[in-house]
Design a protein around this ligand. Structure first.
Ligand SMILES: Cc1ncc(COP(=O)(O)O)c(C=O)c1O
Length: 355
């Protein structure tokens, strides 16, 4: 199952889904109705499992839209879906979410058999699977195995009663990397690993094979202006950086509205001409200033790499995440909607990504 929620972890939902569909992926995990619609437009024959519960306004749409699968957590939600499906004259499909330890959504393991059977009796809702989500897959394989057992427990009971449980799935990337495959399961649901990243990358690479993890994304912008500033010049809002000498300053065509975290002010770097160029002063909404002193031949329009390789240097999402105290997921998801997503292309634009 291709996890393409959060705009495919910032990579571009439509582009990524279309690509995955050419590689045989038919079912995708999305966050909500907006993402499901974007997916189904990009890949009309796909199935879109909604990762979370629906909110008013979405449910009416979701029961009508072919290909949408609800994640069902409880009886109240079942009744809401049934009522919406009846009003629309439609049949909705669900995968029953079982909370095996994540503590977010889903029914308790003990409730799963009863709830699944209620769905099986429904004329408006069709039960097509059971699933759960790993809570500590990076750190605790023993807990992963316990979570898996808690998912399979109601499955055995339902099968004893003669029900077809449909699809079963629980593995996120870390579980794929850390656990042996389980033949009972229908899908794995990798997100981060799908995008070529690992937490920690080296360990996942050892488990998944050397070539399995290569970052799918390069995020670039352009040097939009170059200025030689005299010693003492204050750079950007608040003057938090003052040039200690005469300096070449590059103004990049990307700022926090594009996903360059403001926390990278006076802290992060970008790659220009194969060199690491420190960010000077505060990152602003649309522009970021960098020190081009090490790249005297930098020119207007040069590429500046925000995430990715250039020459022998590399900036990873993980490195940025560590600098600003978050995880690489948040760095990727934070890449803004105005950044053009381009698939494997080298065409230039103000700020763009190649994935
Ligand atoms: C329900 C569900 N499944 C799978 C994933 C994929 O997780 P990962 O990116 O760690 O593989 C997520 C991520 O948030 C999720 O919420």
């Amino acid at each position: 199952m291709g996890v393409v929620k959060a705009n495919a972890y910032g990579h571009g939902l439509a582009e990524t889904s279309r690509f995955l569909a050419t590689r045989g992926v038919r079912i995708f995990l999305v966050a909500n109705a907006t993402e499901a619609e974007a997916l189904l437009r990009a890949v009309p024959r796909a199935m879109a499992l909604l990762a979370g519960p629906t909110v008013p306004g979405e449910i009416e749409w979701a029961v009508r839209r072919r290909g949408v699968i609800f994640a069902l957590s409880d009886r109240e939600e079942l009744q809401r879906i049934e009522r919406a499906a009846a009003r629309a004259g439609a049949t909705a499909t669900i995968h029953l979410k079982v909370d095996t330890g994540m503590g977010r959504i889903g029914c308790r393991t003990e409730e799963a058999v009863q709830l699944f059977m209620e769905v099986a009796r429904s004329h408006r809702v069709c039960a097509a699977g059971l699933f759960s989500h790993m809570a500590r897959a990076e750190a605790d394989p023993a807990e992963c195995r316990r979570q898996l057992a808690r998912l399979l427990q109601p499955v055995e009971e339902l099968e004893r009663q003669g029900l077809d449980v449909g699809a079963l799935h629980i593995h996120n990337s870390a579980a794929v990397a850390n656990l042996d495959p389980n033949g009972r399961l229908t899908y794995a649901r990798p997100g981060l690993a799908l995008y070529g990243l690992g937490e920690p990358a080296a360990a996942w690479r050892r488990r998944l094979g050397g070539e399995a993890l290569r970052p799918a994304l390069v995020w670039k912008t352009r040097v939009a202006l170059i200025r030689d500033v005299p010693k003492g010049t204050a750079i950007s809002y608040g003057g938090t950086f003052r040039a200690p000498r005469r300096m070449r300053v590059g103004v990049l065509a990307a700022g926090y509205a594009d996903g360059v975290s403001r926390k990278l002010s006076n802290l992060g770097s970008v790659l220009v001409g194969g060199f690491r160029c420190p960010i000077l002063g505060r990152v602003t909404m649309d522009m970021t200033m960098v020190d081009l002193s090490r790249v005297p031949d930098a020119r207007w329009g040069d590429e500046a790499v925000l995430i990715g390789r250039q020459g022998g240097e590399e900036i990873t999402a993980r490195e940025i995440a560590e600098q600003i105290g978050t995880i690489s997921y948040e760095v990727l998801c934070g890449i803004g909607v105005r950044v053009a997503r381009e698939e494997g292309s080298t065409r230039s634009s103000r700020s763009r990504m190649r994935s």
